[in-house]
Design a protein. Structure first.
Length: 195
């Protein structure tokens, strides 16, 4: 059953990567492949046109990479949460399963967000961890995740690659063509790690 779920997840992410390639071809060659796509950005018609065309085009080219990374990171968070809930119960976050330093950092981020007066992103403390901390939670719970992954070193390597790729995506910098390939390979590597 888990292999089927992982195959479906990999199919979804692979489809997103293929859609990105088709989007790029449409942009580069000025084609409309009649795929029925609508723009992903409902632009603020008053202010968005004031942004340079080049910047808007760059943003549009980066959007699929953000979508892939968002999907993968959300998948990893759910995987961690579901696995630890199965092992420890619904209160796994409050158990010894999460390193104290990670709990403290996540609690601090959650409090800062609450104090800022913005709508909270989530009620789940795991959603306030950063990508590197997700890898640390996996390693700290190798008794749970060891049977799923082939190697702790491989998990560290793939998570490190993904964390490096996350920077430009999260901080509005374009990905070089090699890094786009590396993102695709890292996504595939993540799912290949699972037994």
């Amino acid at each position: 059953m888990e292999a089927a779920k992982d195959a479906i997840k990999l199919f979804g992410i692979s489809s997103q990567l293929m859609e990105h390639d088709l989007d790029r071809i449409e942009r580069e060659y000025g084609l409309d492949l009649k795929r029925g796509h609508r723009r992903t950005l409902a632009a603020d018609e008053e202010y968005y046109p004031q942004i340079e065309t080049e910047i808007r085009a760059e943003a549009a080219s980066m959007a699929p990479h953000y979508e892939v990374f968002y999907s993968l990171e959300t998948t990893i968070r759910r995987f961690i949460s579901d696995s630890l809930e199965d092992a420890e119960g619904p209160n796994w976050w409050d158990s010894k399963r999460v390193p104290t330093q990670i709990k403290s950092e996540a609690d601090g981020r959650q409090k800062r967000e609450l104090d800022s007066g913005v709508t909270p992103r989530s009620e789940e403390p795991l959603d306030f961890t950063n990508f590197g901390e997700l890898g640390e939670i996996i390693k700290a719970n190798w008794d749970v995740f060891g049977p799923v992954f082939l190697s702790v070193k491989a998990v560290e390597r793939v998570m490190s690659n993904l964390n490096s790729l996350r920077g430009p995506i999260a901080h509005c910098c374009p990905l070089a063509e090699d890094e786009i390939v590396r993102l695709r390979l890292s996504v595939r590597d993540w799912f290949r790690l699972m037994q």
